[in-house]
Design a protein around this ligand. Structure first.
Ligand SMILES: [Zn+2]
Length: 487
């Protein structure tokens, strides 16, 4: 995650540095008047999208469609219940055992696998998401830009580190680069920000029908565990300073709210089982789950986890038995359908995998992970043309989805359509921020020799766009160098 955060830090710093310098050069507006309105939502979104390109290209990006889909469903439920239901949000998972969550500009919220596993209930996880959503809807990054004058850039940089980094090396670099005064201003802001994010988070949690005690319970446990760490507190506490005052504030608010007992969704437990199994070597996971199932034979999620572990070990008969135990105890769900189809594929029965997923798509039309799994089963089972058609349809409206592009490249490769394959692969690279790789793929597409007129002109148009983007990037880097030298 270090690389992502460095990129984030550098990018935003460079972006805003350019932004403010341009404002100064044109004489309007004055640095002191650069406020929230000047740092528009569209600009925030643009910064966020560029950072996300780096995130998707980073090995720490947790490429698990089911966990990501769950996190987004939970997050969107909160967003819809919150003060700005129309605001665009995207939630993603970072493979990191450290407990952390962070908001990037533009409504992108990252959550570490370690934090998801540490949440003992769905309401606790929702509490952390609600708090991050609060940072975004209150525009804490942009506000700081508006309030600071002289040392704005340093403050902004340290704030971004505070909100996003969770990496002590980056934080240290920021402190070294920044002035003491700036760092101090950032601290006092962040306490206010924390209080505000807590307030918004609690309101959202209540409106979305979760147990509001989840938030204070989670933070309290975090604080207790931090005493064990001494100077090495969990990243989340470094980025979201937690005080006794904050916790008692939260508890006071909760006392005025209606008590509600809330059951966790089965999906919360499936996600926990998935992360648990993936965090261990397969044999150890299977052993652990065997013990857990013996202790709680009616817990569906444990059978799910056990089946996953057995499948990973290649013990297909055992996995089938665990799947039966699971089905007997649980309602149909995309998690179960995808597990069944994975088992069918392992048993070299792509027809069964396809039928299972086609039925699941009808039953759960909103599920993106079913769309990916179905396309995969179609490609593996020799029906790449169907996959290609479905994927194109799915791409309408989610054009930056690299999983869809990746599958489309595979479908076209299976169909022997090389121009189309390279064109899809170019989009995978583009949305990972690897422009050079995207250009190479588009050139391969043009030379493939099997593209029709439409295919070739589309490749040409995209090539021009990406080259333009690369030029802009180069020029802004050059401008930046010049500014640094002039100072
Ligand atoms: Zn916070």
């Amino acid at each position: 995650m270090y690389r992502i955060m460095r990129l984030f830090f550098t990018f935003v710093f460079v972006f805003l540095y350019g932004f403010v310098s341009d404002a100064l050069a044109s004489g309007l507006p004055d640095l002191g008047e650069v406020g929230m309105d000047d740092f528009s939502l569209a600009q925030e979104r643009q910064i966020g999208e560029e950072i996300m390109q780096a995130v998707r290209g980073d090995p720490a990006w947790f490429d698990d469609p089911e966990v990501e889909e769950y996190l987004n469903r939970l997050g969107q439920r909160l967003v819809r219940a919150g003060a700005e239901p129309g605001r665009s949000f995207e939630f993603f998972v970072v493979k990191d055992a450290m407990m952390n969550a962070f908001a990037l500009p533009g409504g992108y919220i990252g959550v570490h696998t370690g934090l998801i596993l540490a949440a003992q209930s769905e309401s606790e996880l929702a509490g952390v998401l609600g708090h991050e959503i609060g940072h975004v809807t209150q525009r804490h990054i942009a506000q700081l830009v508006g309030k600071q004058k002289q040392s704005m850039m340093m403050v902004l940089a340290s704030l971004l580190v505070a909100i996003a980094a969770g990496d002590s090396r980056v934080a240290e670099a920021a402190v070294m680069a920044g002035q003491a005064g700036a760092a101090h201003a950032q601290l006092s802001y962040s306490r206010d920000f924390e209080r505000e994010a807590d307030r918004i988070g609690l309101q959202t949690l209540e409106a979305a029908g979760f147990d509001v005690r989840g938030m204070s319970a989670f933070f309290e446990r975090l604080q207790r565990s931090s005493r064990l760490y001494e100077n090495n507190a969990p990243a989340y506490l470094r980025t979201h300073p937690l005080t006794t005052e904050r916790i008692s504030d939260m508890e006071n608010r909760v006392m005025g709210m209606r008590y509600r007992q809330v059951l966790d969704s089965p999906d919360f437990h499936y996600v926990h089982a998935r992360l648990h199994v993936q965090s261990l070597p397969a044999a150890e996971a299977a052993r652990t789950l065997k013990g857990l199932v013996a202790g709680k034979p009616d817990d569906a999620a444990l059978h799910y986890g056990r089946a996953l572990a057995q499948l990973r070990l290649g013990h297909l008969e055992d996995a089938a038995r665990s799947l039966d135990e699971l089905r007997r105890r649980a309602k149909p769900s995309p998690f179960i359908a995808i597990l069944s189809s994975d088992l069918a594929l392992a048993r070299r029965d792509p027809g069964l995998a396809r039928d299972t997923l086609a039925a699941a798509r009808k039953e759960f039309p909103e599920s993106t992970s079913v769309v990916y799994a179905l396309a995969n089963a179609q490609i593996v089972g020799g029906r790449a043309a169907e996959a290609e058609r479905d994927l194109r349809r799915a791409l309408v409206g989610s054009n930056s989805n690299i999983r869809l592009w990746r599958l489309l490249a595979r479908a076209n490769a299976a169909l022997g359509r090389r121009a189309a394959q390279h064109r899809a692969q170019a989009e995978v690279y583009f949305f990972q921020g690897a422009y050079r790789g995207a250009v190479e793929q588009l050139e391969l597409a043009r030379r493939a020799g099997d593209g029709d007129f439409y295919e070739l002109s589309a490749a040409d148009a995209r090539l021009r766009e990406i080259r333009l983007r690369m030029d802009e990037q180069r020029q802004s880097e050059k401008r930046d160098e010049q500014r640094k030298n002039e100072r």
